[in-house]
Design a protein around this ligand. Structure first.
Ligand code: SF4
Ligand code: SF4
Length: 525
């Protein structure tokens, strides 16, 4: 109670009167990992165990398997469908509990799941999808015995060609609790709050329209648990999200859908979205089928009519115009930090410096490897500079201009794993924005049907209430909390291997990276 009074009086100092009248109590979410098993009965697994008619139901396999793959329920005559997603696969052969060998009738056979050949793509390999599901289920990095090679994809470019050069042993031995993964988002020293987040990432902008309100809320609640942020994307701000205001970034994009003073005044970060890395120069689209009554109401548009956010802002053609926008927001929310999201054109370094001069706190570079199934491949693959070049270019230019420590550089666009996050930071970013990984944690299979008809068949990228109801809010929150927990552990492990006490020591350490195209260095694992 005392804390909330203190917070209210502190906010009165910086908020206009009309905002303080609408403050809502903020909700706490515990940062605790708990098992969050898959929503579907038969989760897709790397290996399949086939049971032949030679099985006499002796129960030996259920007895020996420590992972609980084989389930023979008491009173049942037949085995239930096996929990294949927790099977350790052929690596189990090295143990004394390999069911395939121990079955007295040799009734079990293990094969690789043929579905893997059809699942995923070169950026999100089946193994990466399964590893992400597993982290979201358990809150732990996948154990090496599962043999999931998920640290890089198979794209032959971008982060997939970068590797860390780890020393044979760390220069100093550190404990996990000695390592600081937090970063500061306001470096301008302009009287606005410093805002520190506990992990060097936050959730990317996904609008109510592109994803369901359950997905948005799950992301927001996980952001509270990790003292970080999630972004509403363009398209407004649901009433139901207000208890999480302190961890929400609201976006102002070119369509100005759902933008209103009242919601801008609530949040601690407001983001101007000038472009998306996955479709620079194309603006945003929300197809008619996804403009449901709830979406149309929040965006103040017409039911069932496609929505288009043009490129660019037609009120911004210079840095001075951009500054005018920033001043507008700073005036109506005196505590908010400003983020400016841009793609990576060739002169992105000049854009970053200009944006800093206009008064932004966060320069958010969005590269082209990300995007949901809504982003056309032709745009993802052919427009703008690859993000790994963009980060280095901007980091170096800001350093040369003497302003690197006055602005926070956040990057996004296809960052899928803690290894990608660490690589982006080593290239020069302070932190990153993640998007697709959170959807994968919720069960996305990368089928690219996000924009077809009613949207995602798995209830994620949809606004159809019936489909959206497939995702339970508590479950969704827990899956993202678990994913973040596993990621943080892996990031801490990377920092420990370099003997670094904080993630900010990794920033700009390109000397610790090698690019497989340009090096004869030997990869260290
Ligand atoms: S191979 Fe090992 S982990 Fe898989 S079901 Fe058999 S005993 Fe369990
Ligand atoms: S599972 Fe849903 S969110 Fe994932 S790609 Fe398919 S339609 Fe999109």
């Amino acid at each position: 109670m005392e804390g909330s009074l203190a917070r209210e009086s502190a906010l009165k100092e910086v908020l206009p009167e009309n905002t303080t009248k609408t403050l809502v109590p903020q909700v706490e979410v515990e940062r605790v990992t708990r098992p969050a098993p898959p929503r579907y009965r038969n989760e897709i697994a790397k290996y399949i165990i086939r049971r032949s008619n030679d099985c006499t139901l002796c129960g030996k396999c259920a007895e020996v398997c420590p992972h609980g793959v084989h389930v023979l329920k008491p009173g049942y005559k037949l085995f239930s469908a096996p929990h294949l997603n927790v099977c350790a696969g052929p690596s189990c052969q090295r143990t004394d509990h390999y069911c395939i060998d121990l079955c007295p009738n040799k009734a079990l056979q293990m094969v690789e799941n043929p579905m893997l050949k059809a699942m995923g793509d070169y950026r999100w390999t089946p193994e990466m999808l399964m590893a992400t599901w597993r982290m979201a289920e358990t809150g732990e990095p996948p154990s090496p015995e599962y043999g999931c090679d998920y640290e890089t994809g198979a794209s032959e470019g971008g982060f997939d060609r970068l590797r860390f050069k780890f020393p044979e042993k760390p220069p100093v031995e550190l404990r996990d609790d000695e390592i600081d993964t937090s970063i500061v988002l306001n470096r301008r020293d302009d009287g606005r709050p410093q805002v520190k987040i506990d992990v060097p990432w936050y959730g990317g902008g996904m609008s109510f329209g592109s994803v369901s309100n359950v997905v948005q809320l799950s992301k927001a609640r996980a952001a509270v648990a990790f003292n970080t942020f999630t972004c509403t994307g363009e398209g407004g701000y649901m009433e139901r999200m207000k208890p999480y205001d302190d961890h929400i970034i609201t976006q102002i994009a070119t369509g100005l859908f759902g933008v209103c003073e009242e919601t801008i005044q609530r949040v601690r970060i407001v983001e101007f979205k000038y472009a998306q890395g996955a479709k620079p120069g194309l603006g945003g689209h929300l197809l008619a089928d996804k403009v449901t009554p709830a979406v149309a109401k929040m965006r103040e548009t017409v039911l069932g009519i496609s929505l288009f956010s043009p490129f660019p802002f037609h009120s911004v053609y210079s840095i001075e115009d951009h500054q005018k926008h920033i001043d507008w927001i700073k005036h109506i929310n005196r505590r908010a930090l400003i983020s400016t999201k841009v793609s990576t054109p060739n002169d992105v370094d000049m854009v970053a410096v200009g944006s800093y001069s206009a008064g932004t706190h966060i320069v958010h570079l969005d590269g082209g490897y990300g995007g949901t199934g809504a982003a056309p491949d032709i745009a993802k693959k052919n427009i703008a500079m690859p993000i790994e070049y963009g980060i280095v270019k901007v980091h170096r230019f800001l350093t040369d201009e003497g302003i690197r420590d006055k602005v926070t550089l956040i990057v996004s666009g296809g960052l899928r794993t803690p290894h990608d996050i660490a690589k982006a930071i080593a290239l020069g970013a302070d932190g990153v924005v993640v998007g697709t990984s959170e959807l994968v944690a919720l069960g996305c299979i990368r089928c690219s049907r996000c924009e077809s008809g009613r949207g995602c068949p798995r209830g994620i990228a949809t606004t159809d209430p019936e489909l959206a109801g497939d995702v339970d809010l508590e479950w969704g929150t827990q899956r993202i909390i678990n994913l973040y927990s596993a990621w943080r552990k892996e990031l801490v492990d990377i920092l420990k291997r370099f003997g670094m006490r904080s993630v900010s020591e990794l920033r700009g350490r390109t000397d610790l990276l090698m690019h497989l195209d340009y090096t004869n260095d030997v990869e260290t694992k």
